[in-house]
Design a protein around this ligand. Structure first.
Ligand code: PLP
Ligand code: COI
Length: 365
């Protein structure tokens, strides 16, 4: 199954397909991550057989032995990407090959087996072809695909599992941040860090999100939308948000984003925006930026815009930043001109409303 030919997925249709009128109701205002489609992709792995039994099957609960090692030692990774409805009616993916590569980078960090890229890609294509009716037909709508892999060996010894399940589920989504506010507010946690050098910060493993939840709860308690993490060593360099990367825009038209030093997730949106900004002639530096500098630049007006970016969040303006030391605001607390321009350029390519000069879009249905 890991040879060069395009892998084939058996199809086991669900016996409980949601009726078209009910599906239409669920797609009106789906929110994020609550509306799921009828099917999922599934592939099994064992040390003896390698990857086997690839199928598209009914989305249903997974029976697990209580000693399955993921439940104890959290050997789990995931990805997130979207399928967009094309203007002419089909469906397209944005840079799925980049997600396939990052999935394997995460797998290696978590001592899990590589999934051949073609298997990852074909699992997504096959699921999107099956579920394209679930792509909402509205401005922010997309089918959010969540590939994931977890340790399924029944064993309590601490070692890499000998068995894994890889699955892809699909969720009809709208905007990640509800309420349609023009910007989001951030809480800078001083108590908690997300990732240390040598740790798992660059891997997309569930454990990173588990440890972020207490900091996100702190943000919510302080009336903020998202938490921003500082580096674990000096506790002053801005790293990223709980589920997004971050960019800063200055009054001389240049931009800064934190560098990929192994403690932040190498976002595909981040990488795409670096390319689009450079296409526009904008100078972007990948360099450390401190919380003190951020406050000083926001207060002096040198910093004119800041935004968060990711698959779920797309490009979201940051309006205010709060911490135990106080609060500061950024620009007009709404999308500034560069944020807006980059967001439009990205979304137009993703949704097929503009040419795709970098070959990022793959039409699948
Ligand atoms: N950083 C974190 C911690 C994330 O969870 C995400 C979302 O996947 C990102 C950054 C942005 O990554 P991407 O643009 O690939 O979605
Ligand atoms: C994504 O954007 O795909 C993520 O994983 C972020 C998460 C907060 C939904």
């Amino acid at each position: 199954m890991s040879s060069g030919a395009t892998p084939t997925f058996a199809f086991e249709p669900s016996a409980h397909i949601v009726a078209a009128d009910e599906r239409a109701k669920r797609l009106v205002n789906p929110g994020f991550g609550r509306v799921f489609t009828d099917h999922m992709a599934l592939i099994r792995y064992s040390e003896e057989k390698g990857w086997h039994d690839a199928k598209i099957t009914a989305r249903e609960p997974v029976a697990m032995d209580p000693a399955s090692s993921v439940l104890h030692y959290a050997q789990e990774i995931f990805e997130g990407l979207k399928a967009y409805r094309r203007p002419e009616g089909g469906a397209a993916l944005f840079r799925p090959d980049a997600n396939a590569r990052r999935f394997n980078a995460s797998a290696r960090r978590m001592a899990m087996p590589d999934l051949p890229e073609e298997l990852f890609l074909e699992s997504i294509r096959a699921l999107v072809r099956t579920e394209k009716a679930w792509i909402p037909d509205n401005e922010d709508g997309a089918l959010y695909l969540r590939p994931f892999m977890f340790a399924s060996e029944v064993f309590l010894g601490v070692k890499p599992s000998a068995e894994y399940l890889y699955m892809v589920i699909a969720s009809s989504v709208g905007a990640y941040f509800k309420g349609g506010a023009p910007s989001v507010s951030l809480w800078v946690t001083r108590e908690y860090t997300r990732a240390a050098p040598g740790g798992t910060g660059a891997a997309k493993c569930g454990g990173n999100y588990a440890t972020s939840l207490i900091a996100q709860a702190e943000a919510t308690r302080n009336g903020c939308d998202q938490v921003v993490f500082l580096d674990a060593v000096e506790r002053r360099w801005v790293e990223e948000l709980g589920g997004m990367n971050i960019f800063f825009v200055f009054d001389d038209g240049t931009m800064v984003t934190p560098p990929l030093t192994g403690t932040i997730l190498p976002g595909i949106t981040r990488d795409s925006l670096l390319t689009l900004a450079r296409d526009m002639g904008i100078t972007v530096r990948e360099e450390p930026y401190s919380i003190e500098q951020w406050r000083a630049d926001a207060e002096s007006g040198r910093l004119t815009e800041a935004f968060a970016c990711g698959t779920a969040a797309v490009v979201t303006p940051i309006g205010s930043v709060k911490s135990a030391e106080g609060q500061f605001t950024i620009g007009g607390q709404s999308a500034g001109p560069i944020t807006q321009r980059l967001r439009t350029a990205l979304v137009d390519i993703q949704r097929g409303n503009a040419p795709d000069p970098h070959g990022w879009v793959e039409q699948v249905a």
